[in-house]
Ligand binder design. Structure first.
Ligand code: PCA
Length: 217
């Protein structure tokens, strides 16, 4: 009997001074959802350089998804950041949840400098904006655990070209923005709705749209 194809959708646990992580809060309601004939499996990843990639590898082995979308928090971003590129460097501004703070270390020793997202980020942005949802292309996923997981995922899947993988950063939730005055906030249920749209578009789009998404800085 053939198995329903799977989507692996991962968020992160809280980190730093923030008591919640809207990435996981937005991802969790999609557990078991059926999107484009695929069943969504969710996971909450640790914000720790030592364990995040092991947790991701275990989830990939258990779920064997057709599509992997990892979602993290990037406080201060003004909408959903559809990440274009993962780079082979870790440079932690703050300690992770296990107290580690590596500086200028590679994610994968000897790995390529960078991997590009395998998701149709321009088409995803167009679909989000058509629904009035704030979204932009981001040229950097940072140098912390999210970039490590994004790069690590691309590296783990480098010989499995049939599996698509990418990363989205969500902004603060209103709850977190209350302690970060002046920062943009997106309600968690709106972020969940946006993630659902992104997954639908990713499953439907084999060739990304050619739309400008560059930045001067
Ligand atoms: N955001 C951090 C790590 C976990 C998360 O949600 C980051 O952007 O690296």
């Amino acid at each position: 009997m053939s198995r329903v194809p799977r989507i692996l959708l991962a968020g992160f646990e809280p980190f730093g001074a923030d008591p919640t992580n809207p990435s996981w809060d937005a991802v969790a309601p999609l557990q078991g959802a059926c999107i484009g004939g695929h069943r969504v499996e969710t996971r909450c990843l640790p914000v720790a350089f030592e364990t995040a990639l092991t947790a991701l590898r275990q989830a990939l082995d258990a779920v064997r998804p057709r599509l992997l979308l990892c979602v993290g928090l990037a406080g201060g971003r003004e909408g959903l950041s559809l990440e274009r590129v993962a780079i082979n460097v870790i440079d932690a501004r703050i300690a992770d949840n296990l107290g580690a703070q590596p500086v200028d270390a590679p994610v994968v020793e000897g790995g390529p400098a960078a991997y590009f997202s395998r998701l149709p980020i321009k088409a995803m942005r167009a679909a989000l904006q058509a629904q009035g949802l704030p979204a932009h292309i981001s040229q950097t996923a940072g140098t912390y655990v999210c970039n490590q997981v994004f790069y690590g995922a691309c590296h783990l899947l480098r010989r499995r070209r049939g599996v698509r993988a990418g990363f989205i950063h969500v902004p603060y939730s209103p709850e977190l923005a209350a302690t970060h005055p002046g920062q943009f906030a997106l309600p968690v249920d709106v972020a969940t709705q946006a993630l659902r749209i992104c997954l639908e578009v990713a499953l439907d789009t084999s060739e990304d749209l050619v739309l400008a998404g560059g930045a001067e800085h």
